[in-house]
Write a protein that binds this ligand. Structure first.
Ligand code: SF4
Ligand code: SF4
Ligand code: SF4
Length: 376
């Protein structure tokens, strides 16, 4: 095992291969406060990439209702149970074990293999609620409740478990953008990646007898466009860009800004040790213990920060740029009430007013002697 730097954990950890970071790293940030669970992202991916034989119940992008929803069934509960009780104190590096460090000596990771039935119910638990709403409801309900939607793609991890476990070395991480791909000509369908990915984002196709996974929409990314699931997001909750590690972070890079500069967006289940490259702005209303388990001990700070955005025009500006362009934004700026996104060359690709002004017309129009109302 090699010693590699994992900045999510704040420490070095053990991994099968030496640290080899790509020139730049594909990444998505999701604002979970805005996801409406419409599944347009799931359908955008499905109709683009997985409409073939053997892919009937394959969703490279899925959206699950937390805490009850999961696809495949119970993936998160099972992986946490396999890893066992671990602790992570606030403002300290993670001192528990990752799935690589907790593995049996003959294994690469702590793992489990979902059954065929586990993949059969992608909408399991949809819109089921639980727990306590501490803010945000005006209803005096006789019971407590909360839920939130969690959209998920492959995280194109810095330390992919799928890649580490593949006995055929069929999985590789592209040096140019960090996208993790399965070479279909090398894959023999042993399923070690399906077993080892804790997020269960590598899936077996019984028709081709190979494993398949999200390809990060690399043909679009290579042309400077964001992935299909990002471009089509109805709630405008997502932005795809290239994240730098904290020691190379740039304040004008949208993803770096949300993750490093503001500490608003957090990786999910960072304690597993993969340095996953999808980041979430946590939902402010959900149970904090649950959120801490999912996003780590920085979740309180992220929520505190999110609540300050109403007084922060720069962050507001960046959040209105989410979903405003199909192109990849390499940098952004907010000037005189307008948010701007720029491409790699620094050319402007989008501009959006930070606050959309509205004008209320008088109810009676004296010129036309007409009363305006909202009924047809
Ligand atoms: S999320 Fe899973 S499939 Fe994707 S790169 Fe990480 S380990 Fe591999
Ligand atoms: S990035 Fe592309 S391949 Fe991956 S989940 Fe989104 S649409 Fe599907
Ligand atoms: S399209 Fe956007 S808003 Fe709709 S479920 Fe997907 S991530 Fe959420």
């Amino acid at each position: 095992m090699a010693k590699v730097k994992n900045w999510h954990l704040g420490r070095d950890m053990e991994y099968v291969y030496e640290e080899n970071r790509p020139k730049r790293q594909w990444s998505i940030v999701f604002d979970l406060n805005k996801c409406i669970g419409c599944q347009t992202c799931s359908m955008a991916c499905k109709t683009t990439w997985t409409s073939g034989k053997g892919q009937e119940s394959m969703f490279w992008n899925n959206v699950e209702t937390k805490p009850w929803g999961s696809y495949p069934l119970g993936w998160d509960v099972k992986v946490l149970e396999k890893l066992g009780h671990q602790e992570w104190k606030k403002h300290e590096p993670y001192r528990g074990k990752t799935i690589f460090e907790a593995a049996e000596p003959t294994e690469t990771t702590v793992h489990f293999f979902p059954t065929d039935e586990d993949w059969m119910y992608p909408n399991n638990g949809e819109d089921d609620c639980t727990g306590n709403v501490s803010h945000g409801t005006h209803l005096n309900l006789p019971h407590d409740q909360w839920f939130f939607y969690l959209p998920r793609t492959c995280a194109h991890c810095t330390y992919p478990a799928c890649l580490a476990a593949c006995p055929r070395k069929a999985i590789y991480k592209r040096p140019e953008d960090g996208i993790v791909l399965i070479d279909q000509s090398r894959c023999k369908g042993y399923g070690e990646c399906v077993r080892s990915c804790p997020y269960k984002k590598s899936m077996y196709n019984p028709y081709t007898r190979t494993s398949e996974k999200c390809i990060g929409c690399y043909p679009a990314v290579e042309q400077g466009y964001q992935p299909m699931c990002v471009q089509n997001c109805i709630g405008k909750i997502r932005v795809m860009g290239f994240i730098n590690p904290p020691w190379k972070a740039r304040k004008d890079n949208p993803v770096d800004y949300l993750v490093h500069q503001m500490g608003l967006a957090l990786p999910y289940y960072p304690q597993l040790g993969l340095e996953p490259n999808i980041y979430y702005i946590p939902p402010i209303h959900a149970n904090r213990e649950y959120l801490t388990q999912m996003f780590g001990p920085k979740v309180d700070d992220a929520i505190k920060q999110y609540k300050k955005i109403k007084d922060d025009p720069r962050t507001q500006g960046l959040l209105v740029l989410l979903g405003s362009t199909d192109r990849i934004m390499h940098s952004f700026d907010v000037k005189h009430g307008v948010a701007y996104g720029y491409d790699e060359k620094g050319d402007e690709i989008v501009s959006v007013p930070v606050i959309e002004h509205s004008y209320e017309r008088p109810r009676y129009d004296s010129k036309y002697e007409a009363v305006r109302n909202n009924t047809p």
